[in-house]
Design a protein around this ligand. Structure first.
Ligand code: GDP
Ligand code: MG
Length: 150
């Protein structure tokens, strides 16, 4: 089987709740190789580029606010690049479905996600690329080549 690259983002709700350590710890059991990791202060241009695929959706403006930390008063998030066999499926299964109440209770979103009672935002904790192609593309959006180890 060939190796795949995946971008993971620890989203602002998880940062606000100090869940980054436990999430990185939990993800380590997937035995993927970390090839990049950094704290990022997400500016509008980066948010728009990352979520370009959703730009026609009604929730797009809210999604930009969410990933930029405006709902959680958070100024940076953690971006991680992983590489490994079957990395997309392993990570997508482990993070769980988009809506926390539909996610497997043992998945990260099932365990830590919730709909925010005040903002109604889907606070779903984490992003992971949904295909090897998007993994490559998203990693190139978030990381310079010299920030990655192979
Ligand atoms: P994912 O790949 O599992 O993260 O899900 P999608 O690619 O469908 O959506 C990307 C992100 O947009 C989700 O993780 C949510 O943060 C957000 N999102 C998706 N659908 C909705 C929605 O209906 N309302 C709101 N507020 N946010 C949404
Ligand atoms: Mg997606």
């Amino acid at each position: 089987m060939t190796e795949e690259k995946v971008l993971v983002l620890i989203k602002p709700d998880a940062m606000a709740r100090n869940l980054s350590g436990i999430i990185i710890h939990d993800l380590s059991q997937l035995k993927l190789k970390m090839i990049g990791l950094k704290l990022v202060s997400v500016q509008k241009h980066l948010a728009e580029k990352h979520y370009e695929v959703h730009k026609e959706k009604p929730f797009y403006p809210d999604l930009l606010k969410y990933i930029m930390g405006e709902y959680h008063n958070v100024h940076s998030i953690i971006a991680i690049a992983y590489n490994g066999e079957n990395a997309v499926q392993k990570l997508r299964e482990y993070i769980g479905l988009k809506y926390p109440d539909e996610a497997d209770p043992i998945s990260l979103r099932g365990r830590y996600g919730k709909v925010n009672s005040k903002t109604k935002n889907i606070d779903n904790v984490i992003h992971a690329s949904d295909s090897p192609e998007n993994g490559e593309k998203e990693i190139s959006i978030w990381f310079d080549k010299d920030e990655l180890v192979e």
